[in-house]
Design a protein around this ligand. Structure first.
Ligand SMILES: Cc1ncc(COP(=O)(O)O)c(C=O)c1O
Length: 362
């Protein structure tokens, strides 16, 4: 990343991995109703989609209990972030975030010619203790006259760390009114109700420039269709929406997203399956004595105590794809997405060999 990572660098999955735990996808697949809706929409593929994504925005509005004009949709929340940062910042302005935040924040700042300012976290996990804890006071102290936007992934990727509801409230309350705050809740479904986590909506936070980003790529399992959304005050949403390419979200993607919102049974099963696999993965790593951060996303971040590159490769030779984190300046860590029960067992079986001699092991 410091070494000049750019948006054009490849982030694809490892070739040939039988068990694909590298991209924080849902292993449980999309709702059958979403697949059906997307297929039906394909018949209209010769037509441009609804440019305004009206039915989808109405569905999100009713789900989120926000007004229709408080929502913009994009081709994934990453695309919305790539638009939002250059919208609010230009050369010389500062984008403020915690260290080891979602990489798109840095890429978006680079697109804007803005300076990306990171506030250090507590560093790697060790022993039984989670790593990468965040200090809200330190973040507030890092605000300068040049700060234009603060971006917080909650829970964070790739660390899984989270701010509690109390911390999030203190953060939002402490940010001056002229600075935009983007709270990225890509993984909120996997965090709800745990360890004092709370969403912006649950807390009822108010700030004149508070945006919340969410995605259909994680718990709704539509990563391949690219749909995300941002909610916030209409005065901020309208100019942001004006930046998007016309007809940005395809008809099949809109249809699938709408059907996904309705299929609450599938969502519940996905969340339960994810949490069960996350617990199993955590228990297996604990048994191995390898430190990791037991985060609230759909993944765990593991400490190797040595260069993680060969370890990621060794997983590959077991047919298991995990993610090295060099672009995050985390050279001794990797991230493993939780899989189905079988995939999680395959990961743990491989781990018994691959992690047998890592220096981080107690
Ligand atoms: C924290 C965070 N935000 C946003 C996204 C982007 O999701 P998408 O562009 O697929 O909506 C991701 C994807 O991994 C993520 O980890």
């Amino acid at each position: 990343m410091g070494a000049g990572i750019s948006a054009s660098d490849s982030v694809g999955p490892p070739v040939g991995a039988r068990v694909r735990l590298s991209s924080n996808e849902s292993p449980f697949g999309p709702s059958p109703a979403a697949v059906d809706a997307a297929q039906r929409a394909l018949v209209e593929a010769h037509r441009y989609p609804d440019d305004q994504s009206i039915t989808l925005r109405q569905a999100i509005a009713s789900r989120e209990d926000v007004a229709f004009d408080h929502i913009a949709v994009g081709t994934g929340s990453a695309a919305l972030l790539m638009d939002a940062v250059p919208h609010f910042c230009s050369v010389g302005d500062e984008v403020l975030a915690f260290a080891h935040s979602f990489i798109v924040y840095r890429l978006a700042a680079a697109n804007a010619g803005a300076t990306y300012v990171e506030v250090e976290d507590s560093g790697p996990a060790s022993g039984d203790a989670d790593g990468y804890g965040r200090d809200v006071d330190a973040l507030l102290a890092a605000i300068t006259d040049a700060t234009r936007i603060i971006l917080i992934d909650n829970p964070g990727n790739p660390t899984g760390t989270h701010l509690t509801g109390e911390q999030l409230r203190a953060l939002v309350d402490g940010v001056p009114d002229h600075i935009t705050i983007g709270i990225d809740e890509a993984y909120h479904h996997f965090a709800t109700g745990q360890r004092d986590y709370a969403t912006v909506a649950e807390l009822g936070l108010s700030h004149p420039r508070l945006l919340t980003m969410r995605t259909f790529s994680k718990a709704y399992a539509l990563a391949g269709l690219r749909v995300g959304y941002v909610t916030g005050p209409a005065e901020l949403i309208a100019p942001l929406d004006a930046r998007r390419p016309r007809f940005n979200v395809t008809g099949s993607a809109q249809a699938a997203a709408i059907a996904s919102l309705d299929d609450t049974d599938h969502l519940t099963a996905t969340i339960e399956g994810t949490l069960a696999s996350r617990e199993r993965m955590a228990a297996g790593l604990r048994e191995l004595g390898v430190p990791f951060t037991d985060g609230l996303g759909n993944f765990l971040t593991v400490e190797c105590g040595t260069d993680a590159g060969p370890i990621v490769e060794a997983y590959g030779s077991h047919g298991v794809g995990v993610r090295g984190l060099v672009p995050y300046r985390m050279t001794e860590q990797f991230r493993a997405t939780v899989g189905t029960a079988e995939e999680t067992e395959a990961f743990l079986t491989a781990s018994a060999t691959v992690l047998a001699d890592v220096p981080s092991r107690r």
